[in-house]
Write a protein that binds this ligand. Structure first.
Ligand SMILES: Cc1cc2nc3c(=O)[nH]c(=O)nc-3n(C[C@H](O)[C@H](O)[C@H](O)COP(=O)(O)OP(=O)(O)OC[C@H]3O[C@@H](n4cnc5c(N)ncnc54)[C@H](O)[C@@H]3O)c2cc1C
Length: 432
């Protein structure tokens, strides 16, 4: 067979795809990135984690990100619906947190900057091209795609990076997607001006408000100044079945829970909707495996986790960087990935497991009862702080503290030692 025209083809130009393309192209490899949309395009996922900044640095895009004027994020807050308790994490106060600042972003702008950076790095980026089929053989991969005019094209490369997001292109093609039966959620969200924010640095914090089996996010995309009001992304994540049973439009359900929860209502008193309201599925899943010979999956194309802890963009870029470094090694030394992709999968699985465990527990009452009480002992709060900032590989000092935390949650479930929380009562009741 002829020499393939590309070393690597990347499906998708989100943060995962752009990062992979930048890493590979900066190493001098011939990279083709195919993206079905034209950027800038709307995307949800607006709160970044501090550890993401290390990757921006590494791929050389940090000056561009810093110059873009994104709102700074120094911490994350958890509140109960009736405003009876709050817990504020400030990243710089965590004793295991190395990176202490992040950004809140409009994804249309961030993703566009990252995609342009992939082009500047040397990747051949083609927008408006949808990948329709991929096949792998002993020498490489064949990718069949179609542009908006309906013109089909076939490309060859030695490796394929699937960064197709929740489109999950190769995972669906191979039939290996495993949904998480417990996390069949929906998100209802929009952008609002004039939302009340904390004064000073906490103005940029992500605010999470926990209700009964659901939660709100408030992510400040723009802080108020003399010229313009604040602009905040506000979203409600709830069970698909609860919304279906309500038999009301999603916007009405959203407004019901805004009005009936003082933590949210107080902030939204003067809020004005400045975007359409969106409804999107938010079903967590993972693929049974993150690779097959010549193919590696990154970001949401490996697995998607409920976004409470804002881990999606960071995991997409973290996995993309690691997958690309593995592919660079293969391009230099030979092999189809069978020998080295398993190590990649183990590392990404370990990182994802941290957030899966946090997310599954977040929806339980004992977890919230323990989380919302300050624990000066053993620096457990600092370990949680580091996880919230994106410390994925903090070693034993974080692992034993997180294990201790989850033990406390288990003990709380059987022998409560912290004040109990009655979520139906403290979160604005039900829809019926
Ligand atoms: C409700 C909600 C809230 C969220 N909030 C946050 C948050 O606050 N912080 C956070 O970090 N994450 C959040 N996330 C998660 C975040 O959106 C994702 O984890 C992140 O975008 C993953 O990046 P990616 O590059 O893997 O995929 P994407 O960003 O989805 O990019 C995939 C790209 O692939 C393209 N594509 C797909 N199929 C094809 C094809 N066949 N051919 C060509 N192109 C294709 C798509 O057009 C898209 O541009 C949230 C997610 C949801 C659903």
């Amino acid at each position: 067979m002829n020499q393939p025209e590309f070393d690597v083809i990347v499906i998708g130009g989100g943060p995962g795809g752009s990062c992979a393309a930048a890493v590979l192209a900066r190493a001098g490899r011939r990279v083709l990135l195919l993206e079905k949309e034209h950027f800038p395009r709307f995307h949800i996922g607006e709160s970044l984690l501090p550890y993401n900044l290390a990757i921006f640095e590494e791929i050389g895009v940090m000056p561009t990100i810093q110059a873009a004027g994104f709102a700074p994020k120094y911490g994350a807050q958890f509140h109960l619906g009736n405003a009876s308790k709050e817990l504020k994490f400030v990243f710089r106060e965590g004793c295991f947190t190395e990176y202490t600042e992040a950004f809140q972003v409009e994804r249309s702008k961030l993703d566009d900057l990252l995609l342009r950076h992939a082009t500047k790095s040397g990747a051949d980026v083609r927008e408006g091209v949808t990948v329709e089929r991929t096949t792998a053989d002993a020498e490489g991969v064949t990718v069949e795609a179609r542009d908006e005019a309906g013109v089909a094209a076939t490309y060859r490369a030695r490796f394929l990076v699937d960064a197709s997001g929740r489109g999950n292109f190769t995972g669906n093609q191979e039939g290996i997607k495993v949904p998480n039966a417990k996390l069949k959620k929906l998100a209802v969200f929009g952008h609002f001006e004039n939302v009340g924010l904390d004064p000073g640095k906490p103005a940029g914090d992500t605010v999470i408000v926990r209700l009964d089996k659901k939660w709100f996010w408030l992510i400040p995309l723009r802080l108020a100044d003399a010229q313009q009001p604040s602009k905040v992304s506000v979203g409600l994540v709830m069970d698909r079945d609860e919304l279906a049973a309500a038999k009301r439009p999603a916007e009405q359900v959203f407004q019901h829970f805004v009005d009936s929860n003082p933590s949210v209502a107080a902030r939204m008193r003067n809020a004005k909707l400045v975007s359409p309201m969106h409804v999107t599925s938010d079903f967590s899943y993972r693929n049974r495996t993150f690779w097959s010979p010549r193919v590696v999956r990154v970001g949401d194309a490996a697995g998607f986790i409920d976004p409470i802890f804002s881990s999606g963009v960071f995991i997409a870029m973290f996995s993309a960087k690691l997958a690309s470094e593995t592919v660079l090694q293969l391009l230099a030394q030979g092999g189809d990935g069978s020998a080295v992709f398993p190590a990649y999968e183990r590392r990404i699985n370990a990182a994802m497991r941290i957030y899966w465990e946090m997310v599954e527990n977040f929806y339980t009452t004992p977890f919230m009862e323990v989380l919302m009480e300050p624990r000066p002992k053993w620096d457990i709060a600092s370990a949680i702080n580091a996880i919230l900032a994106g410390e994925l590989e903090g070693g034993w000092r974080l692992r034993w503290r997180m294990r201790a935390f989850f033990w406390l949650v288990k003990i709380q479930a059987k022998y409560p030692f912290m004040p109990k929380l009655d979520f139906p009562r403290i979160s604005g009741g039900s829809l019926s």
